[in-house]
Design a protein around this ligand. Sequence first.
Ligand code: NAD
Length: 417
Amino acid sequence: MKQNFEGPGEGQWITVDEKNHELQVPENPIIGYIEGDGVGPDIWAASRPVFDSVIEKVYRGTRRIQWWKIAAGEQSFKECGSYFPEVSFDAIRKCVIAIKGPLTTPVGGGFRSLNVTLRQELDLYACIRPVRYLTGTPSPMIRPEDVDMVVFRENTEDVYAGIEWKSGSSEATKVIHFLETEMGVKLPSDAAVGVKPMSPTATKRLVRMAMRFALDNNRKRVTLVHKGNIMKFTEGAFRDWGYDLARTEFSDVVIFEDDLSSKYHGEIPDGKILVNDRIADAMFQQALLRPREYDVLAMPNLNGDYMSDALAAQVGGLGMAPGANVGDACAVFEATHGSAPKYAGMDKVNPGSMLLSGAMMFRRMGWHEAANLLEKGLERTIGSRVVTYDLSRLLPGSTEVSCSGFGRAIVDKIREI
Ligand code: NAD
């Protein structure tokens, strides 16, 4: 599919205010979509009618999305020899908002993940993963409803910057030599070497986004999660830069853990946000033992990656976990699971992750009523025990439906609400 730069012919572009990064969303916005590889086309085909019917029901024809297909992944490679053509990045920039299915990382040939490329190319510096329990979803937890957290994971630095050299390569040998002769650090001569860059600039813009989210959404706590006890100048600095940002830019709302007992009798006052920090390993325990005490988590890349999936498992697994990669200029909402190639084209998997990512997208557009209705329709469908195979095998007495059948069942529920 060749990208046509005129756009889809109908609809209006979303624009962003360059100063405050606020969106101006027209009534008939053009939104880019990437179907993705493997199960991507199945979950997109099931989700799109749900998105359209929610909008139709809530706005009764006054608002409508003009979907615009953007080329990427295996289909694009077959058609134009590129997994992610430059024009597709331009198309996402133009749309400001896009939604995507999973993309297979081509094996061999030194390909880096298409998702990592997308995040870096568009400077989508925050990976946002809200994790909340939808009633009726099978979960391994006794009280999965206690989990209601939003992870803000830094997307451009840390080990995902992808700077590493193979064991025995001339580059690794050079770095090892430099470290020994210039820095007084001795490494095994056959070591592979990776670099973990973390900067105050990238950390502060992430924590700023997490703080603004907390303010706008009446969330009471922002926790900086790090491994600063071991890596002081990277992970430890993440914590320090985060506190510094909170203190300087949010001084009128922020309170700290020490203040909580000394000044506020253990209660966070209305209008205030508690900023605290936890060491990552302790945070994994806290997520299981005391989830109600956590709200918004700001994390460096790798720890945030683990935490997002671990939290998703607590509320029913990756098939139900939404996500978005967000920068100042644009945002790409995505199903967080992979392309599950063994189920490709079988119309079988759960489209829940893409559906919930769509709800996140509606919220970003300010279409909150549509987001709420979508989530309600999904929750009620699961509540009536009509589910895809992954949930069905965990829900005794449920009716298993196909991916598209699940989408249709949600559309029917939405019509009843
Ligand atoms: P995967 O998530 O594709 O699949 C692992 C297993 O999880 C599947 O076999 C299936 O049992 C289950 N599963 C995944 N999605 C499901 C859904 N919607 N409903 C029900 N069950 C579901 O992980 P993988 O096999 O490690 O990765 C396959 C490919 O996807 C790789 O090329 C990888 O690079 C890519 N990937 C892409 C993304 C992305 O685009 N965001 C994320 C992760 C992996």
